[in-house]
Ligand binder design. Sequence first.
Ligand SMILES: [Zn+2]
Ligand SMILES: [Zn+2]
Length: 138
Amino acid sequence: MSDSHRGSCLCGAVRFSTRGALRGVVYCHCSQCRKQSGHFYAATNVADANIVVEGAESITWYEASVFARRGFCKACGSLLFWKPRDQDYISIMAGSFDRPTDLQGECHIFVGDKGDYYSIDDGLPQFEKSTPAIPVAE
Ligand SMILES: [Zn+2]
Ligand SMILES: [Zn+2]
């Protein structure tokens, strides 16, 4: 079904599949996402109950803040997940999905912390920090 999606890290050690509609892609320009990714995050999310992960033993979880940890493949380094501690959903890097993703851009957050070497000109809403609808670690 079109509401099922698959994805993986670059080396394939970590694979996942999701059920249900994916949230629109949120682009996070905060300093943590900037430093970890080398640019910015582009992530969708699903409820914990709607994702199955294979190769979870190959994920390194970095406790980036008291709010959330960041999961990446320990073999190839691919960024994969952002997991808030007290919430029942998981953010997934949009680029880790196999195509077609059916994903569309939603908005930009933490644009106040963005890198100073690019501009955002796709017409999507921009927020200086987060928005109430999108929990993001400071
Ligand atoms: Zn990998
Ligand atoms: Zn961020």
